[in-house]
Write a protein that binds this ligand. Structure first.
Ligand code: HPA
Length: 259
């Protein structure tokens, strides 16, 4: 089954699913509830355009005070209980690459998660995956990323591609941090996603990711950053982003039929 994690601007997609099952994160683990405004905390399972999917409406963030092990709990649940084997991660992110503009979409080609703890610390997946040390050479599936690029092109839209760096949040970055991250090779920055991708990949789930560039990162526009601005731009991009994701889901489903 295909799962999609709905970041800022995409939450509405969950309302378009003909749901037959709704799982609150608190049902997966009683310690979990999502606390950020505009983010719900649940998995909606049902049909979208005739395809059965699981959609995470809201995610668990490290900055809410959860451990990284708690942050990734819904992904283990989706694999074990729902049979999820393909995952689309979406988010809103600050653009670090100087050629990006607010409202752009970026396919995540790779990530830097070295500034936050690994969700695999203290979690031994050897029995399930056969590995104690997990390879991260290709976290983001190239076939899936090519599908996203093709579907964007079919809609006549340009799509960027780049490296996502995860910070802990909840503070936005300083201009000096953004300059440093650019030197490290990051194109976009956000407070989620990389650890989710890493964990899902370790579990053997095929992963892809798309960021909505909701703002230029700190120090790049001269404007202060706010959650309201991030939400506003993410919402403005929402319609194209939702259409793109529906088409990508259909193409990922078609892979199953081909196999
Ligand atoms: N920094 C970190 N996270 C974000 C940003 C940002 O500029 N925009 C949206 N999420």
């Amino acid at each position: 089954m295909i799962a999609i994690t709905l970041g800022s601007g995409l939450g509405q997609l969950a309302d378009e699913i003909r749901a037959d099952k709704i799982i609150d994160y608190s049902e997966i683990d009683s310690s979990l509830k999502s606390t950020v405004e505009g983010h719900k905390g649940r998995i909606v399972v049902g049909e979208l355009d005739g395809i059965r999917i699981a959609a995470m409406q809201g995610r668990i963030h490290y900055y809410e005070g959860y451990s990284m092990q708690q942050v990734v709990k819904p992904f283990k649940y989706m694999k074990d209980e729902l049979g999820v084997d393909k995952l689309i991660l979406t988010n809103a992110a600050g653009g670090i690459n100087e050629s990006f503009s607010g409202g752009d979409l970026m396919i995540i080609r790779d990530h830097i998660s070295s500034f936050v703890p690994s969700p695999l610390i203290g979690v031994d997946l050897t029995a399930e995956t056969g590995a104690r040390f997990h390879d991260m050479t290709k976290v983001y599936d190239e076939e899936f990323s090519a599908i996203i690029r093709d579907e964007a092109e079919k809609l006549g839209r340009d799509i960027k591609e780049g490296v996502y760096i995860q910070t802990s949040g909840p503070n936005f970055e300083t201009p000096a941090e953004i300059k440093a991250f650019r030197t490290l090779g990051a194109d976009a920055v956000g407070m989620s996603t990389a650890v989710e991708a890493m964990y899902a990949h370790a579990l053997g789930i095929r992963v892809c990711g798309v960021s909505c560039i909701s703002n230029l990162a700190a120090g790049m526009s001269g404007e202060p950053l706010s959650h309201e601005e991030v939400q506003k731009i993410a919402d403005m991009t929402g319609e194209f982003f939702r259409t793109l994701m529906r088409n990508v889901i259909a193409s990922l489903k078609a892979l199953d039929i081909k196999e």
